[in-house]
Design a protein around this ligand. Structure first.
Ligand code: HPA
Length: 373
């Protein structure tokens, strides 16, 4: 059975190897060797072992809640720990056990309420399990995705939750070769074997488009997200499949490419408003872009839904305030599940197996309520 043995060797990550060697050299106990300043004597795991009359490994096993320690020994060690007031120092603990009880989270944009909610879920579950989280954002730029992962490895995190663009496959492959614990969230990189916690974006986009067709719309446009991501690609696929199943012609001029930001929603909607005849409805690749689209429609003196109906994706809090029909995703739960999956994999020393696909739901609000039959 495959097990995770080591953190990635940072030599693989070029620039970081130097830093690691230096930091590791210092932390390996040389810092205060010749220092004239007297440091308070910290109680170490060795002191505990000596006092309890057991090996350092046994103390470590007790602290890590590992099996193979008798009840009697466990109780004895815990008693000595309590008597001596020992509290493990995170850095030292990391060096001894090769565990820092820290995980990384790499997401495109913390300003996007979808990812903010996902991050909350990750942090909440991590805290429950005794882990801290280091957050990195990337704006979906492959270079920054790689740098974020390198940075987290240099911080010796125990595992990483990632939401990456499709171009970052090779970075994941390198981590996989080293059996480093990783879980993907929301965006799955095609070809990567790491487990993903996500929704079925093709099916949900199909539902959104089918709903608009059933509302009587036949000229339905789509504003895509960043096409460098699997989520945007799948949502476009679902839109196309629904049109095709209902015998509606695919008009390429009704598909415009955004990047998931509100600003791109404004620009894409303006482009669609220059088409004749106007689309009567738009399925927008996420709620942030849908908010931008709403703004653009208003600026042109048109009304939602009477002139153009809108359906978004995510159900961020603002969607309810602005009466936006949307696809609800369980964002917080997605984050929690990703953290559970990663931490379980770290603690078991085994990779997580398979993807977890969560349910979505169409929430109907006024942005699409008018019928145009
Ligand atoms: N990017 C931006 N917004 C999103 C995404 C995504 O991948 N998925 C759901 N909302």
């Amino acid at each position: 059975m495959a097990t995770y043995e080591d953190k990635p060797t940072l030599t693989e990550f070029g620039a970081f190897s130097k830093l690691y060697a230096k930091v590791n050299g210092k932390l390996a106990g040389k810092v205060n060797a010749n220092s004239k300043v007297r440091m308070p004597l910290a109680i170490t795991i060795r002191d505990i072992a000596k006092k309890a009359g057991v090996s350092v490994t046994t103390v470590s096993r007790v602290l890590n809640n590992k099996p193979d320690v008798s009840k009697k020994t466990r109780e004895k060690v815990l008693q000595v720990i309590a008597d001596m007031g020992y509290s493990p120092n995170a850095m030292a603990r990391g060096l001894i056990w090769r565990k820092t009880l820290t995980i990384g989270l790499v997401i495109p944009d913390i300003g996007n309420p979808f990812f903010a909610e996902v991050a909350k879920g990750v942090e909440h579950r991590a805290r429950e399990r005794g882990y801290s989280v280091i957050f990195c954002t990337t704006d979906s730029e492959p270079q920054r995705e790689q740098e974020a992962i390198e940075l987290l490895c240099s911080k010796q995190v125990d595992g990483i939750i990632v939401s990456l663009s499709v171009e970052s496959r090779s970075v994941l492959e390198r981590l996989e070769k080293q059996r480093f614990p990783v879980v993907q969230i929301d965006r799955k990189v095609p070809g990567s074997n790491y487990s993903a916690i996500a929704v079925d974006n093709v099916a949900s986009a199909y539902t959104a488009t089918k709903y608009l067709i059933r509302q009587g719309h036949s000229r339905i446009a789509h504003i895509t997200g960043d096409m460098n991501t699997k989520t945007a690609q799948d949502r476009l696929l679902g839109y196309k499949e629904a049109l095709s199943d209902w015998g509606l012609r695919l008009e390429h001029q009704l598909i415009v490419h955004g990047d998931f930001s509100k600003g791109s929603g404004i620009l894409c909607m303006e482009e669609l408003l220059s088409r004749t005849p106007l689309p009567s409805a738009v399925f927008v690749g996420n709620d942030l872009m849908a908010l931008g689209a709403m703004e653009a429609i208003g600026k042109h003196g048109l009304r939602v839904p009477d002139d153009v109906a809108l359906v978004g994706y995510d159900n961020i809090d603002l969607a309810a305030s602005l009466q936006l029909t949307t696809i609800m995703q369980p964002k917080f739960e997605m984050g929690q599940l990703a953290a559970t999956t990663l931490i379980t994999s770290i603690e078991k020393g085994e990779p997580a197996v398979g993807d977890i696909i969560l349910d979505t739901m169409l929430i109907e609000r006024k942005s699409s309520a008018a019928t145009v039959l």
